[in-house]
Ligand binder design. Structure first.
Ligand SMILES: *[C@@H]1O[C@H](CO)[C@@H](O)[C@H](O)[C@H]1NC(C)=O
Ligand SMILES: *[C@@H]1O[C@H](CO)[C@@H](O)[C@H](O)[C@H]1NC(C)=O
Length: 194
């Protein structure tokens, strides 16, 4: 009986440790030797994967948007995106603070004060970048975690190989086929100065 009890306790402890370990570790790996200066400049957001209900509703109406990445004084990134909304170009800036290892950033969203962790998982700087965003669930979102994979490409329509890379990456993060979308090309709001 005592042995059974010990075994049971051991299993419970192991279970708890497992949970602690997954929480403490970064969600994803980072681009080795990430060079922030090479990551700067203009990117197109050409692919997205998310399991948020917001995304499931909106994915049909989204199109490619431009993001200009610039350095900030604190060593982080100023990410200014321009996208089409209700027939108008809108601009939104995200300020990413450095958060530990190079390629890992965080930002606090104005809604609900949720802290998002943004990781550059893989990039060749010249053609594509795979990003992963994670935020632990808060009451405002019904306690659900937020997870999103993003494909950045220097060209508005990435090559088939790059799309395949993103699909494989998104699936490895647990996203199903219907949660992955490649955004259609647009000539609206994608010009350098529009
Ligand atoms: C998204 O995935 C996370 C982690 O697997 C999960 O906690 C969350 O409930 C999911 N959200 C939705 C809307 O399915
Ligand atoms: C971020 O970049 C935008 C666009 O260049 C600029 O208007 C804004 O002032 C910048 N913000 C910060 C805090 O650097």
């Amino acid at each position: 009986m005592a042995t059974l009890h010990t075994l049971w306790m051991g299993l419970v402890l192991l279970g708890n440790l497992g949970v602690l370990q997954t929480r403490a570790q970064p969600q994803v790996s980072l681009q080795p030797n990430f060079q922030q200066d090479k990551f700067l400049g203009r990117w197109f957001t050409s692919g997205l994967a998310s399991n948020s209900s917001w995304f499931r509703e909106k994915k049909k109406v989204l199109s490619v948007c431009t993001s200009v990445v610039a350095p900030t004084a604190d060593g982080g990134l100023n990410l200014t995106s321009t996208f089409l909304r209700k027939d108008q170009c809108e601009t939104r800036t995200l300020l990413l603070r450095p958060a530990g290892p190079p390629g890992c950033y965080s930002y606090t969203s104005p809604h609900w004060g949720m802290v998002h962790e943004v990781s550059v998982v893989e990039t060749d700087y010249e053609e594509y970048a795979l990003l992963y965003t994670y935020a632990e669930g808060t009451k405002g979102l019904g306690g659900q975690d937020f997870r999103m994979a993003t494909l950045y490409s220097r060209a508005q329509s990435p090559r088939a190989e790059v799309k395949e890379k993103f699909t494989a990456f998104a699936k490895a993060q647990g996203f199903t086929e219907d949660a992955i979308v490649f955004l259609p090309q647009t000539d609206k709001c994608t010009e350098e100065h529009s």
